[in-house]
Write a new protein. Structure first.
Length: 275
């Protein structure tokens, strides 16, 4: 008698699957969320890695789920009373995806991260999904710190580069002429070393603060090195330009902070926005 072979039939998804997509993608996606927790969507970079690993055999479905993740669909369906039909229509329009495939992606995320009925409150161990949420906050802080370092370096170097050049040709001291109401005042001489240190320190603080605030307000969640470069370029360029035009002072410092804020906010808000 031949040995018995046990066959395992994958569970069908609780929503229609278009003919252009594979029925096998849903069980793989459900297994991913089952292992990582419903809050996995809060860490887009980690979630992308898991999608590539679990849905390697389903590239079309993987790309749809990833695109929906980065356009805020997962976060939207996690809220109570989410309008899945509207989200699917907006997602299809924004990404030029077939409507039935867009609806599949929205339904898939809704099935795994949608709101659940409230359970009675009782003492219990911390769940894995809670750990994922804490990890998402930590990851966001790390990414913000990376971007802030770019603003710190750009603002510091930009607000001191010209002074360093002046020092090379002025023997360690520089003279600035203070003007008031368009009339030149007395010449003021200062120690070049102290002046450079103060100028670079103020520029670095303003650049770091502006970069960090812009990345955080823009909800940056991916490509932190792009934000680092944007903050560096904005701080360096603005500091050098206005140091040359106005000299070291509060105007240049404020402009460095504003430039790094604008650059990193624009960079971070290109990803992770809701549909």
């Amino acid at each position: 008698m031949p040995p018995l072979v046990e066959l395992t039939v994958a569970a069908a998804p609780p929503f229609p699957c278009p003919a252009t997509l594979s029925d096998g993608a849903w069980p793989a996606f459900e297994a991913l969320v089952g292992e990582s927790g419903a809050g996995v969507y809060q860490m887009p970079t980690s979630c992308d890695f898991l999608l590539k690993r679990h849905l390697a055999a389903f590239p079309r479905e993987r790309d749809l789920l990833s695109l929906a993740l980065h356009r805020g669909v997962a976060a939207a369906v996690a809220r109570p009373a989410a309008d899945l039909a509207r989200l699917a229509a907006d997602f299809a329009t924004a990404t030029k995806s077939p409507p039935d495939e867009a609806l599949w992606a929205v339904n898939a995320w809704a099935a795994v991260v949608g709101p659940r009925p409230a359970a009675p409150v009782k003492p219990k161990a911390r769940r894995r999904s809670d750990a994922v949420a804490v990890g998402a906050v930590t990851e966001r802080r790390i990414l913000t710190a990376i971007v802030a370092i770019g603003g710190l370096l750009g603002g510091g170097v930009g607000n001191g580069s010209l002074l360093l050049l002046f020092a090379l040709f002025d023997g360690g001291a520089v003279t600035y002429r203070v003007t008031r109401d368009g009339v030149a005042g007395p010449a003021v001489a200062g120690s070049m070393t102290i002046l450079i240190a103060l100028s670079m320190g103020v520029g670095a603080l303003c650049g770091a603060a502006g970069a960090a605030l812009g990345w955080w307000m823009g909800r940056g969640s991916e490509r932190p090195w792009a934000g680092f470069g944007a903050a560096w370029g904005a701080g360096m360029g603005t500091g050098s330009l206005f140091l040359f035009i106005t000299g070291p002072g509060p105007i240049t410092a404020v402009l460095i902070a504003a430039a790094t804020y604008g650059a990193t906010y624009t960079c971070s808000s290109r990803g992770g926005r809701e549909v």
